[in-house]
Ligand binder design. Structure first.
Ligand code: TPP
Ligand code: MG
Length: 585
């Protein structure tokens, strides 16, 4: 009997039973004959099945669900093209260190490599992008594989894990035995009899030990902890510092349930801080310690820099943003990331969020009294930049000023809003103008920087945190990747609000390309009626061309979403110079 007293029916149900034991609320999927038993059994066990229009969406959704819940998200896709369609989303999750479990179909065990439908060697395709490729050969392995995948996905540096589930392991034993018997035919030649003998033995092996249907065990996963020595060294470095600065990134909030405690700890530390990725919003809408602008200048001035879950990659100019003479403390689950491009003075290898919490317990680490001058300098600079942005927001043009639009969105969005960023210039501007209201209220792709995360992330967010408003901030280019998911939003009653910054182009690329090569080739789009596309899928579509229509449209969008309707607001933007000088590579 299963965990809820329901008898385990077949291999697909073993997986469903294990998912249920792990408290999985939702599977994101696009169907295929290879995985039908998993979906049907999961549905029967009360797991919500959210079916989408592209497998990438399913994996992006599982990624978002993981980031917001702190537990692996689950997607299921069919063999061959179902799996190959997920590669970008899998890679994105891997680089974002997001724990998810991908269940992939596969050709029947006896037919692999023999030209079956959609049969390709899936391991070399998937293995580079996951922590582990678990290949199933026996029915009895299915439940334990789910337990293993969940533990692996969350342990150490989190990431995706793949379970390959051949279709003949998923159906009930009687049907599969019959199927193999039919395949064996009735011929009496030696070769026919040998084939039957081989297939019989094969089936016996597949089902060997499958009478044991005990539910899969849930393995506890402890967050890795940095050493006490690194903690003391970091505390001492902070105590000595006159101009300490912290940069806190996504990895610090992988233990989602710890986010509020972490926010409290960061407040107590009293160090000025920049938040990036999933850590944005950690300190709420505005906090005296949080800076948003001029990070590079601040990093050059700081005499002690604490990087919590942030590698010295392109975002810190490979470590060059941090002054040579500064004491560098790197807290990271990954020893490689902690040392990337620059050796820290203190490498605290372990969960960055837990490290910050432990650091805040060290009395010598927090002594804000000496540092008010430093804090005031940073604050003043931050405010000066805000005033500049005010000036840029006030520039009137033919259509809508993007900064003014985002300021209006900042006003209109509810206190429980989650923002999802998918695009180039427009969302980069949004990352300065929008203030995520709370921990885990901002989602962007992460280091892989792929366009096209928006619809999937929104699905994951809306199904994981249904009580919150979900706003997708889309570039017009980016919105094209997942536009068909308005169909999924409508069918599943998922009321997301998409705001499309329509500048009729792939502007982040055009900006550099035109300057360097005097050619806008392939960067030009039209003022496409994306709102009508959404309406065609049965959602609400609003068009905004003038600034004086913005507030009303955003308000209307929010009302419609409250009534359960997905909405797309297509806003015609003016070009601005806001992003001039920023890189697009
Ligand atoms: C999958 C993928 N393809 C291409 C790119 C390169 N790229 C980065 S930003 C950008 C332009 C995005 O255009 P849009 O979404 O309209 O935003 P805008 O810059 O116009 O505000 C492109 C094409 C990418 N990051 N990801
Ligand atoms: Mg654009």
């Amino acid at each position: 009997m299963g965990v809820t007293g329901v008898a385990v029916r077949h291999g697909g149900d073993r997986i469903a039973q294990a998912l249920q034991a792990h408290g999985v609320p939702c599977i994101y999927t696009l169907c295929g004959g290879h995985i039908s038993p998993i979906l049907s059994a999961a549905k029967a066990r009360g797991i919500r099945i959210v079916d989408v229009r592209d497998e990438a969406t399913a994996v992006f959704a599982a990624d978002a669900a993981a980031r917001l819940s702190g537990r692996p998200g689950v997607a299921a896709v069919t063999a061959g093209p179902g799996i190959s369609n997920t590669i970008t989303a899998l890679k994105n999750a891997q680089l974002a260190q997001s724990p998810l479990v991908l269940l992939g179909g596969a050709a029947p065990t006896a037919l692999q490599g023999r030209g079956a439908l959609q049969d390709i060697d899936q391991r070399p395709l998937v293995e580079p992008h996951v922590k582990r490729f678990l290949k199933m050969r026996r029915v009895r392995e299915l439940g334990p594989a789910v337990s293993e995948a969940f533990a692996l996905a969350q342990s150490g540096v989190p990431g995706p894990v793949f379970i390959e589930c051949p279709v003949d392991l998923l159906y009930d034993e009687a049907s599969i035995r019959q199927w193999y018997a039919d395949a064996g035919g009735k011929g009496q030649a030696l070769a026919d009899r040998a084939l039957r003998w081989y297939l019989n033995r094969h089936v016996a092996r597949m089902f060997d030990g499958s009478t044991d249907t005990a539910p899969a065990a849930v393995r506890p996963v402890d967050a890795p902890r940095a050493t006490d020595a690194s903690l003391r060294a970091a505390a001492a470095a902070l105590a000595r510092a006159a101009k300490p600065l912290a940069v806190i990134g996504s990895q610090a909030v992988v233990q989602a349930e710890q986010a509020d405690a972490l926010a409290e700890a960061v407040s107590r530390l009293g160090i000025p801080v920049y938040l990036s990725g999933m850590a944005r919003g950690l300190l709420g809408r505005s906090h005296p310690l949080q800076m948003r602008h001029q990070r590079r200048t601040a990093l050059r001035e700081a005499d002690c820099v604490l990087l919590a879950g942030v590698p010295c990659d392109f975002r810190l100019d490979y470590g060059k943003h941090v002054r040579r003479s500064a004491t560098l403390v790197a807290a990271n689950r990954s020893a490689r990331d902690a040392r990337l491009n620059r050796r820290p003075d203190v490498a605290a290898i372990g969960d960055a969020g837990a490290f910050l919490q432990a650091l805040a317990q060290q009395p010598q680490a927090r002594d804000p009294s000496r540092r008010t001058g430093w804090l005031d300098t940073l604050r003043a600079r931050d405010e000066a930049r805000e005033s500049e942005i005010d000036v840029q927001a006030a520039v009137a043009g033919e259509f809508v000023n993007p900064i003014a639009l985002l300021r209006a969105l900042e006003q209109e969005a509810g206190e429980n809003a989650t923002f999802i960023a998918d695009g180039g210039d427009f969302v980069a501007t949004a990352s300065y103008v929008l203030h995520p209201r709370r921990p885990l209220a901002w989602l962007d792709p992460g280091a892989f920087g792929t366009l096209g995360v928006g619809a999937g992330f929104a699905l994951g967010a809306a199904t994981t945190r249904p009580e919150r408003e979900v706003w997708i901030v889309f570039g017009d280019g980016a919105c094209g990747f997942g536009l068909a998911e308005f169909d999924s939003f409508v069918r599943h009653g998922i009321p997301v609000i998409a705001v499309v910054g329509n500048d009729a182009g792939w502007t982040q690329i055009a900006r550099e390309q035109v300057k360097m090569l005097h050619d806008d080739v392939a960067t030009v789009l039209a003022r496409t009626a994306y709102h009508e596309v959404a309406a065609g899928f049965g959602a609400e579509g609003l068009l905004v061309k003038r600034m004086d229509e913005v507030a009303g449209a955003l308000q209307r969008a929010r009302e419609l979403a409250r009534q359960g309707r997905p909405v797309l607001v297509n806003v015609w933007l003016d070009k601005t110079e806001f992003r001039e000088g920023s890189l697009s590579m």
